[in-house]
Ligand binder design. Structure first.
Ligand code: AMP
Length: 302
């Protein structure tokens, strides 16, 4: 019996450490997501940067940009951070486990409004690029066959082209309004990024840890899936059930529950896409439905 097996058998496994963003754009949503999945962070009064997350996990709170490094070092087995930050870290041994969908943005190349350049491929060798993503920027321009000069900045790259520090920037954009306000124009998208649940390869190679990560991923996914859905209930005339099935097909047909009347009515229940609720209600009402109820779903595992 090896060490791992012994610890498992005697229930002595240490909690798996997960690195979560301590502040910034991803932190609040990440913490809320874990809570929705039933893993509420319990902070120890004396250590605000460590918390237990259920029995199996311990959370450490660090900067989103440092999380790939913590995973590569083995200080944490799993983490939540942006795909852009994982790519920029250059650590090939960090794997995506689950796309969490939030924190969506794109890493783009932008030039000054008055520049005549229409795409990154037109930029000449020696172009100065202000960015806090030097690795991704260099690799991208290399793929275009252009050698660039990086002007490293740690934020607010938008100002650099106006100060003559750089010709273009490579920066994260979500709505594009910051670029516009700063007189810049996007000419290319290098990558689309979202927050990810990521794990180090070595953690995934340990069978027991892998199982815990898979279970965690399934729990988080069930929350994300449920957010897009609603549970719709309505009393409908029994005679119209064929149409009801068409309007709210649910996961495998609506659930039909008896109503204790003279047999004219039944209750139909089904999971519907959140963005279809309005339409479904209108159609159900048109065939005479009453007592319509719509609720949120906490978790959904089909
Ligand atoms: P933080 O620096 O901790 O606020 O986290 C920044 C991360 O949030 C980025 O690496 C992206 O993954 C994500 N993000 C989403 N939208 C944006 C945006 N408009 N600007 C910067 N970061 C964004």
């Amino acid at each position: 019996m090896n060490d791992t097996e012994r610890r498992t058998q005697t229930n002595e496994r240490r909690p798996i450490r997960i690195a979560l963003p301590n502040k910034g754009r991803l932190s609040e949503r990440a913490l809320k997501l874990f809570e929705q999945a039933g893993l509420k962070a319990q902070f120890r009064a004396d250590r605000a940067l460590v918390a237990s997350l259920g029995d199996d996990f311990q959370a450490i709170f660090v900067r989103a940009s440092d999380i790939p490094e913590y995973l590569a070092d083995g200080a944490a087995a799993i983490g939540v951070t942006g795909a852009d930050l994982v790519a920029e870290s250059g650590h090939a041994d960090i794997e995506d486990v689950l796309d969490l969908g939030f924190g969506r943005c794109r890493l783009s190349v932008a030039v000054r409004d008055e520049s005549g350049v229409q795409s990154a491929a037109e930029l000449p060798a020696g172009t100065r690029v202000a960015t806090s993503f030097p690795r991704i920027a260099r690799t991208y321009f290399e793929s275009l066959g252009t050698e660039i000069v990086i002007a490293p900045v740690s934020g607010a790259a938008e100002i650099a082209p106006h100060l003559g520090v750089a010709d273009v920037i490579v920066d994260l954009v979500s709505t594009g309004s910051t670029l516009r306000v700063n007189g810049l124009r996007e000419i290319d998208t290098i990558m689309i990024s979202t927050a990810r649940l990521v794990a180090s390869r070595s953690a995934l190679e340990d069978e027991v840890t892998r199982q815990a990560i898979d279970d965690l991923s399934a729990a988080l996914e069930s929350v994300l899936r449920a957010e897009q859905k609603r549970y719709l209930m309505a009393n409908v005339p029994r005679a119209r059930l064929d149409e009801v099935r068409e309007i709210i097909p649910g996961l495998s047909g609506p659930t039909i529950v008896e109503v204790l009347d003279d047999g004219e009515w039944v209750a139909a229940h089904a999971v519907v896409d959140a963005d279809q609720v309005y339409q479904s209600i209108a159609r159900l009402k048109a065939l005479g439905a009453e007592g319509i109820l719509v609720t949120r779903i906490e978790r959904l595992m089909p």
